[in-house]
Design a protein around this ligand. Structure first.
Ligand code: NDP
Length: 316
């Protein structure tokens, strides 16, 4: 059997992926999907490695056992008609990806809490004007989505002494002694937060969750960091909350339309920081060993050992 990588051969990271995958699985036959020219070759493919968007038509592979997404988010794949619904779908759960995301969340949180964004603006006007920054031990950070990425962010942020509250869809008792508290209620999670970080998966339940009602539940002066998906955010509700002075700032990494159109009001907004969907990018070299472990699980008939198995009924 073989593994097909569904990436465009001209794509920037395709050679890196092929190299990393072949190193991690020297005994496997790994091919670029575009190089499979006939049905007999396609029938040998039991594992497809795909991007989180436009995966390419997977129905031509008639013996698929696993569709492995190279990204953490599978919101587009779950609704993509070319991804067979009866095949196991796994998302990328890579500790190195979580470290990147946690570094990003920490950087933005400290930028906000230490008022560095204000100093950049004041430097542009040659204004020397210190602002008192309260110690991080007095700050509360809410993390919406306490999964592989959200929890790692909590671990990084806990090192600053900040109080961490996380939101999950289900409660577990396993974390009773952890230095944070989790709830299943988003409004309760954000209630006393100085900074709200979104790392929810995009599902039917979470689309538009960063909107008027949640903002009203936030404490006045709270800042929002959206690292999840653009469709989590109701853009006009954010603009209204910032204009009213309720939310103080927003850092946005993801957008409904990417690239963010040049004429979009977010670009020039004084209270918004825009980053071009760079919070965390899968590294082929670390991800290849995660994929190799999942391939080994398939080959040994232990699908239950797959890391990042997607539950289609939950949507993530
Ligand atoms: P996980 O599936 O590991 O975690 C999702 C978390 O969200 C879980 O804690 C889950 O709860 C919780 N959750 C799901 N639905 C709800 C809900 N309705 N209410 C409350 N909590 C909910 O995902 P990851 O941490 O790996 O990734 C999160 C998202 O980050 C991805 O889906 C993707 O969209 C985004 N992402 C963004 C990147 C960027 O560069 N900006 C890069 C990578 C990912 P429970 O624990 O109970 O299941």
């Amino acid at each position: 059997m073989s593994i097909a990588l569904l990436l465009d051969p001209t794509f920037r990271t395709t050679p890196m992926w092929m190299d990393a995958l072949r190193r991690a699985m020297p005994a496997e036959h790994i091919v670029l999907a575009g190089e499979l020219s006939h049905a007999a070759a396609e029938a040998t493919v039991d594992i497809a490695l795909v991007r989180g968007v436009d995966p390419g038509d997977l129905r031509r592979f008639t013996n698929l056992a696993l569709v492995q997404c190279l990204w953490a988010g599978v919101d587009k794949l779950i609704v993509d008609p070319s991804v067979p619904t009866d095949v196991t779908l796994a998302r990328m759960v890579d500790p190195a990806l979580a470290d990147q995301m946690a570094t990003t969340a920490l950087a933005h949180t400290l930028d906000i809490c230490l008022h560095h964004h204000d100093y950049r603006e004041r430097q542009a006007r040659a204004v020397w004007q210190p602002r008192h920054a309260k110690p991080m031990t007095t700050k509360t950070v809410a993390i919406l989505g306490f999964g592989a990425l959200g929890k790692r962010c909590a671990e990084y942020l806990a090192m600053t002494g900040a109080n961490i509250v996380g939101a999950r869809s289900s409660r577990t008792s396993a974390e009773d002694h952890a230095p944070w508290r989790t709830t299943t209620c988003l409004a309760e999670t954000v209630a006393n937060a100085d900074v709200v970080i979104n790392l929810l998966p995009l599902t039917e339940e979470t689309v538009g969750v960063l909107g008027e009602a949640l903002f009203a539940a936030c404490t006045p002066g709270a800042a929002l960091i959206n690292l999840g998906r653009g469709a989590h955010l109701v853009e006009n509700d954010l603009l209204a909350s910032l204009a009213a002075g309720h939310l103080s700032r927003a850092v946005l990494d993801v957008f409904t339309e990417e690239p963010l159109p040049a004429e979009h009001p977010f670009w020039g907004h004084p209270k918004i920081t825009v980053t071009p969907h760079v919070a965390a990018e899968t590294d082929p070299h670390t991800a290849a060993s995660v994929i190799a472990a999942n391939v080994a699980a398939v080959r040994s008939g232990r699908i239950d050992r797959i890391t990042g198995m997607v539950d289609r009924t939950r949507g993530y």
